[in-house]
Design a protein around this ligand. Structure first.
Ligand code: SAM
Length: 259
């Protein structure tokens, strides 16, 4: 199966084509495709996530936040924050003096999650900015920590997204990326492939009404750089102390790095 070369982003420069799942589309159209994809699942995103992952995504998110070792009073960027699960978890670590900025391109995803955030009384501690992760509207050296959960895979140029995170982090700041990856055990991988390519698209389609969205999900996961390749990309950008931890045999992985 074709996979990204480390450091190459995910665009094909010669033809100006880029992957949207296994399909290749013009580079300039990818953001629009991703926008429509998340528009089609936004209202049922949290519910279908929990059903399709058997609730495990909550454990992954908790583990990832714990690994960031956020300090009381920290300013945190939640890139591709969507419906806000990571942002919510971060607020409990940084206390009332801290601030989370949730940044996402999709208004519908943010509005859907906003109700959850209001119900938890966190609306004044999680602020929102709508924009593209490849061109952040913040000055350099702004945040103590920056995280991205299950979002970077959707970018037209993944490396650009990580470069932007690096730029807006303060020196010594922590970057955390939680993303789907490849299970380590071949048997587990075999079963996971059956689940993600055959069962999940069907179940996801029934739950959200968007069958196409849940074909895109496993395809985009298979095209994302593997654990060690991502370490190389991050180190190439300048991140220090890059390390990762596989979760559930590598279905998901947490990468950490320092600016
Ligand atoms: C799978 S959701 C993850 C949401 C949340 N971080 C979580 O862990 O549940 C991916 C999010 O990335 C956002 N996204 C995709 N491409 C983006 C881009 N270029 N800039 C900003 N956000 C983007 C989508 O709108 C969506 O809300």
């Amino acid at each position: 199966m074709k996979k990204n070369k480390p450091g190459a982003g995910n665009s094909d420069k010669q033809e100006d084509l880029v992957h949207f799942g296994f399909r290749k589309i013009p580079v300039g159209e990818k953001a629009g495709w991703v926008l429509r994809h998340f528009d089609s699942v936004a209202e049922r995103y949290d519910f279908s996530n929990t059903i399709l992952s058997f609730g495990i995504h909550h454990l992954w998110k908790r583990t990832a936040i714990r690994m960031m070792e956020l300090k009381e009073g920290a300013s945190v960027l939640d890139l591709c924050g969507g419906t806000g699960d990571l942002a919510i978890l971060a607020t409990s670590r940084i206390g009332k003096a801290g601030q989370v900025i949730l940044y996402d391109i999709n208004r519908k995803m943010m509005l859907t999650g906003r109700l959850k955030i209001i119900r938890k009384g966190l609306h004044d501690r999680i602020l929102y900015t709508q924009g593209d992760a490849e061109c952040l509207s913040f000055e350099e050296n702004t945040f103590d920590a920056a995280m991205v959960g299950f979002g970077i895979r959707n970018l037209t140029n993944i490396k650009k997204g990580f470069e932007e995170l690096y730029r807006v982090l303060k020196p010594g700041g922590t970057m955390m990326c939680l993303e789907f990856s490849r299970p380590v055990s071949p048997w587990f991988r075999f079963l996971y492939d059956i689940y993600s390519f055959h069962i999940m698209p069907l179940a996801g389609g029934i739950l959200t009404g968007s069958f196409q969205a849940y074909n895109y999900l496993p395809e985009s996961i298979r095209l994302f750089p593997l654990q060690d390749d991502l370490v190389g990309i991050l180190e190439g950008i300048g991140y220090r102390n890059v390390r990762y931890r596989n979760l559930t045999n590598g279905i998901a992985v947490v990468h950490l790095g320092k600016k």
